[in-house]
Design a protein. Structure first.
Length: 203
């Protein structure tokens, strides 16, 4: 286990035990001594997660660390993190869509297929929740194009979107069901794999 992995494991354990002050102290001390760019980003991400925790919620602090990450590394995976933050923490669909669109544009430039897949799933979920059927179908088609492009794609990221999309009438619902069947065996997470398989049985 590397040094950064041990630090993040200790932080996770502290948060699990409700020791949020200890977790912050560990992250801040590590940040002061860190020189590796990728590790700095992981520590900033850890601080963002710390202040996004339901028992330690401070949205402005969490947003601040997200913004620092963006300033330091304006890359596709950072934009995707911003999209998730806006969607799940701030419940701001408009901002989430803007960041997901940035993640898509950046990932296409970077040829980061893992981020592109997940960002398309975010856009699709937002479209499904705003009843934008054209955008739902577009997201489904884009996801289909990415399947198999990278062995590290997190296929489970699309399951929640597919669960909503499969309820749509017509082509979108049919396509969502087909995609669930294609990705089910590729999903590592047991719960998401079960949910994807269940979608293939929807009448």
């Amino acid at each position: 286990m590397s040094g950064i992995e041990k630090i993040l494991e200790d932080v996770s354990a502290a948060m699990h035990d409700g020791q949020f002050g200890k977790a912050e102290q560990t992250l801040q001390a590590s940040l002061l001594n860190c020189k590796e760019e990728s590790e700095i980003d992981l520590l900033l991400q850890g601080l963002m997660h710390l202040f996004s925790h339901t028992q330690n919620l401070n949205i402005e602090k969490a947003q601040g660390y997200m913004d620092i990450r963006e300033l330091r590394q304006p890359m596709a995976h950072i934009a995707l993190s911003q999209a998730y933050f806006q969607l799940h923490i701030r419940s701001d669909l408009h901002a989430a869509r803007d960041w997901a669109d940035k993640a898509i544009a950046r990932s296409q430039t970077e040829e980061d297929w893992c981020t592109l897949y997940s960002a398309c799933a975010v856009c699709g979920l937002i479209a499904a929740n705003t009843d934008d059927r054209k955008a739902v179908l577009f997201a489904l088609n884009e996801i289909e194009k990415i399947i198999g492009k990278d062995e590290y794609i997190s296929y489970g990221d699309a399951v929640i979107f597919l669960e909503v999309a499969v309820k749509s009438r017509g082509e979108a619902g049919t396509k969502a069901k087909q995609l669930a069947g294609r990705i089910a065996s590729l999903i590592d997470d047991e719960d998401f794999q079960t949910r994807a398989k269940a979608l293939t049985l929807v009448a």
